[in-house]
Ligand binder design. Structure first.
Ligand SMILES: CC(C)(COP(=O)(O)OP(=O)(O)OC[C@H]1O[C@@H](n2cnc3c(N)ncnc32)[C@H](O)[C@@H]1OP(=O)(O)O)[C@@H](O)C(=O)NCCC(=O)NCCS
Length: 179
């Protein structure tokens, strides 16, 4: 899926194993601050297993996930996770390698994936959770007009410590009003 002149979203595939694992390796120190799964991703086989699990969740319609390619290079990931078909809810997750940050890539990708969630998956509510001290991540839902609903206390275990998360959400009716 082309999301801008320079950036595409690619469905997860086996051929991403090596380039994505390399990107994680290069950005490990920054990513591990915010993403709990990085700690368990030490060997390429760990990532292979993780990717297989993620692809199975996509096949089971529990997630929609993409790797981001920017100017020909693998740059990061974005997806809709924990899809709850009964209540028509999903949660957005994302990350970028450091050298791909500061270009608006995730803001654009987030806008596209929110459109996709409401229009193609017929979701009613899209959530976005991020650490109360993760200011770069908070800027994304803020920029896109998500509503900050409150704080989920000690909702994430990161590097041995529990962290509070902000809960943001967008409703289909509010997203449509913005167009
Ligand atoms: C969270 C994360 C994805 C944010 O990356 P990011 O590059 O700041 O986000 P975007 O791609 O939307 O880019 C926004 C930046 O590009 C700039 N920008 C340039 N062109 C832009 C455009 N057309 N539209 C929006 N922003 C643009 C913005 O000013 C902003 O830069 P600033 O923070 O210096 O003001 C990144 O910091 C990351 O991967 N962190 C580690 C993992 C993580 O925290 N994941 C989220 C867990 S909840």
């Amino acid at each position: 899926m082309q999301i801008s002149e320079t950036t595409t979203l690619e469905p997860l595939s086996e051929h991403h194993t090596e380039p994505v694992f390399n990107l994680i390796q290069q950005n490990r120190e920054q990513l591990r601050i915010w993403l709990p799964w990085v700690e368990n991703m030490n060997e390429i086989t760990d990532f292979q297993n993780f990717l297989n699990g993620a692809r199975q969740r996509v096949a089971d319609k529990l997630a929609v996930a993409f790797f981001i390619r920017h100017e020909g290079k693998i740059a990061g990931n974005i997806g809709l996770y924990h899809i709850d078909h009964q209540n028509k809810i999903a949660a957005i997750g994302y990350w970028l390698g450091e050298k791909f940050q500061g270009k608006g890539i995730i803001t654009i990708a987030c806008r596209k994936i929110t459109d996709f969630g409401f229009n193609e998956l017929n979701l009613n509510r899209i959530e976005l959770k991020c650490g109360t001290s993760n200011h770069k991540s908070q800027a994304i839902p803020e920029r896109l007009g998500f509503t900050k609903e409150g704080i989920l206390r000690q909702a994430e275990l990161l590097n041995g410590n529990f962290h509070d998360l902000y809960l943001y959400s967008m409703l289909k009716q509010d997203w449509e009003k913005r167009l």
